[in-house]
Structures are given as structure tokens and as C-alpha cells.
Design a protein around this ligand. Sequence first.
Ligand code: HEC
Ligand code: HEC
Length: 350
Amino acid sequence: MLFLMRKIGAATTALILTIAAPGSAGTAPDSRRAAWQDLYRTPDAIPFPETNPYSAPKADLGRRLFFDPILSGNRDRACATCHLPGLAWADGRARAATLAGSDMDLRTPTLINVAWQDGPMGWDGKFRDLETVARTPIAASGNMNLKLVDAVARLKADTSYRDGFASAFGDPMISAERLDQALATFERLIVARRAPFDRWIAGDEGAISRAAMIGFDLFNGKAGCAQCHSGWSFTDNSFHDIGTATGGDIGRARLMPKSVALRYAFKTPTLRDIDLRAPYMHDGSLPDLAAVIDLYDKGGIDRPSRAREIKPLSLSAEEKTDLLAFLATLTGAGDQEVATATFPADAPKP
Ligand code: HEC
Ligand code: HEC
């Protein structure tokens, strides 16, 4: 069917979809389905910034650094200590662990689809871009606890890293900037695996259940989720107050204190592999997806900063189940690590 669609084009595609499920509940009108195919289609290539273009040796260097505890003071932590490929590039904890074993204020976010995050990074946007993130966990005394100068010195003392930097950058100079660039290049290869939802968007009607189709209608319609969780990555890369109780954390407003709208505003996370990433929210305060749906159904805490899209939804029990069924279709199958390892070296493709 996929092959057929490619051959005969979009207009006929919509027709086939209609014939497959004639006007019944959970199937959107043709025009909407066609529009969704545009909005949610897997992109053709991973975007890399001109200032840090892709190269295979740089990505290989970044991969090695990402998994290497050489970047922590007592050589026992790596980026992958918290961003674990097998846990959807997070750590399954409500809040990340400090070096002393207590809780940080924030949950470890997934790194899936960071290449498409074109705005500031971090739950409150404290990082300007991907290239500027890594030095913070490395240097933080409660985290990897290694001064950047010491990190650079350690890498310089290692012959294989000298070779690695030379092939990645054309000369063997090792600097904090190049360390950032190599790590960011690898991180951009962490792309959502193909999920049942993608197969359905591509035209395979049997890829997801009827409940999930109804859930997707709700997601785009009555429940209003797609106003913020939009597009292929299911995020607008923006910051909103969705009405969660946040303790003392005022989110993005900490950096922009004059803005009322940004009080309690946190980054809209991607919903890719969402089933694998409990507990949820910036502080891990919601144990499961049913609790997330309940929060949205109630509309969260009503306060001046609460996003205007957030309001009580009056979802029935069945509608909640349908939304959950849809969310489950966003989880891909197979090994994350293998998926990223198989990108062609010269022309990276998701
Ligand atoms: C102790 C666990 C831990 C370690 C180790 C760690 N991180 Fe993180 N990471 C976090 C937490 C927690 C956040 C959220 C920070 C914030 O929002 O202020 C985060 C945020 C990020 C983000 C931003 C993601 C987004 O969606 O905005 C990136 C990128 C990232 N880390 C990459 C790295 C890299 C690269 C390393 C290794 C140099 C690393 N992390 C080491 C816990 C960790
Ligand atoms: C106004 C924008 C907005 C709307 C509308 C919205 N969300 Fe969110 N969503 C967010 C933000 C922002 C967060 C992160 C909040 C936080 O961490 O405190 C979030 C978090 C989540 C999470 C947890 C993700 C994670 O990694 O922890 C899920 C799941 C989710 N939303 C699903 C939904 C569903 C389902 C709907 C519709 C019922 C919806 N969202 C509507 C902005 C929105």
C-alpha cells in the first residue's frame, strides 16, 4: 500500500484511506488526514547547524565521549549515566541523582530528537543551544564534577583521543568548544525510532487500533494537546505553564522575571517513546500517563500564568482510554543504540 501511494500521489491516498474506513468514528475527514500526513511526516534528514556541521568522525568522537566516564572527576559518571539509551535516553528517576546520591531539582529529560529543538535547551531554557549544554553537567560539582580545563587536559594526555580530535576537526587541537561540538553532533543522531504511529501516518491503516485513532482525533481536537505537542516531534519547542504544582520552582520566569506568562513555564517535552519515560514532568511529580491525562482533564491550577490552552476538558473515561491508546503508538521498537549506529556516514537520515 505504501508503494502504491507513492506511485499515485496524495489525492488518491486520501481516497484509499476513506475506503478503508468509511466515515466511521475515529477517522478524520479526508482533508484533515491529508493535512496530518504533512504535519506529522518523518523528516528526510537530520538538521545540523552550519556552525557545527555533521561528519562521521566527529559523531564517532562524540559517541565515545558520551559514554566515557573520563569526563567526570572520579571517573565514575558519563553522560550515559543519566541519559541511558535503554531508558529512552533518560534515567527513569523522578529527579536526577546528585553525586552524593540525593535528588536534583529536575528530572533527566530524554535526548530523543534534540536535533529538532531549535530553541533554548533545558526545562527552563537555561541553555542557549545544544552546543552549550554539555559543559554544565561536566563542571557541576554535584554532577560530573570535573573542571573543563581538567577535562581538556585529560583528553590531551590520551593518544587515542588526540587521534579522534584530529580526524574529527582536521588537526589535533583539543578544546572545550570542540568537546561541546563533538558531543552535540552525536546527540543530534538520537532520533525517534519508527513507531506504529509513523506507519499509520504513512498510510498503513492497520498499524494502530481504532481506539488510538479516536485518541488522535481527541489529541488534535477536543483535548487540544496538539496546540503545544505539535508536529513530528510532538513539541512546539516552547515553554508553558500547564498548571502543575511546582513547589518553589518558577521555571522560565527565573530567567525572565518580568514575564507573568512565563511563571511556572517549562519546556514542552517531545512525546516520542513517552510510554518508556515515567515518571513525568520536569520534576517527575506524576507517576504515570493516567495521572498526566487527569491533570489536563482537570485543567491544572488556575493562575494568571496558566496557558490559555489549558482548561477543564470534561473527558469521559473512554476518551481518556483512547488518548492513552494513542500515546502508546508513539513508542518505537528495537534497540535505540543500534538505530543510531546505523546512520549512513555521509548523509545522515533519521
Ligand atoms: C546526573 C544526571 C545527568 C548527567 C550525568 C548528565 N545529564 Fe544531561 N540532563 C540532566 C538533567 C537533570 C537535565 C535537565 C537540566 C535542566 O533543565 O536544567 C539535563 C539536560 C540535558 C540536555 C537538555 C535536553 C533538553 O531537552 O532540553 C542535554 C542536551 C543534556 N542534558 C546532555 C547531557 C550531556 C551531553 C551530558 C554529559 C556531558 C549530560 N547531559 C550529563 C541530567 C544529567
Ligand atoms: C499549553 C501547552 C500544552 C498543552 C495544550 C498540552 N501540553 Fe502536555 N506538556 C506541556 C508542557 C509545558 C509540559 C511539561 C510541563 C512540566 O514539565 O512541568 C507537558 C508535559 C506533558 C507530558 C509529560 C512529558 C514528559 O516527558 O514528562 C505528557 C505525557 C503530555 N504533556 C501530554 C499531553 C496531552 C495528552 C495533552 C492533551 C490532553 C497535552 N499534553 C496538552 C505543554 C502542553
